[in-house]
Design a protein around this ligand. Structure first.
Ligand code: SF4
Length: 126
């Protein structure tokens, strides 16, 4: 019986200690800005979504963002011969928009962008 009482007391101490650790971790994360995410994945020094609408990922899910990353999408490729706007998967911008799209993933695409799935638009035969 005494042993059972001790176990309950020990359990309550551990639960109390866990609560303090959890609260402390939460406070540290809040102070660091952790635990929250921005909707445009911007870091210091990068243009805002208003200045660069083709980088605004605010309407995308984490899975959609992951797809862009896994394909190696970048907003400006290094080979001028391989750009989104001459890729077979490119979707031309809607009138008045600077951003196109891609049939492989969701979200805006820079015309001068690039990813690992780039493939040339087939030459027309006539
Ligand atoms: Fe751009 Fe890649 Fe999509 Fe082609 S497949 S349009 S290179 S993002």
């Amino acid at each position: 019986m005494a042993n059972e009482s001790f176990s309950r007391k020990d359990f309550l101490k551990k639960v109390s200690l866990f609560g303090m650790v959890a609260a402390g971790s939460s406070a540290v994360l809040s102070a660091c800005g952790g635990g929250e995410s921005t909707s445009t994945e911007q870091t210091a020094g990068e243009p805002t979504a208003a200045a660069d609408p083709c980088s605004d990922l605010s309407g995308l899910s984490d899975q959609d963002k992951q797809m862009r990353t896994s394909l190696g999408y970048v907003k400006a490729g290094t080979d001028p011969e391989k750009r989104c706007d001459n890729c077979n998967f490119y979707v031309a911008p809607a009138e008045g928009s600077p951003c196109g799209g891609c049939t492989l993933f969701k979200g805006p695409v820079h015309p001068e962008g690039y990813c690992n799935s780039w493939i040339a638009v087939p030459a027309k035969t006539s």
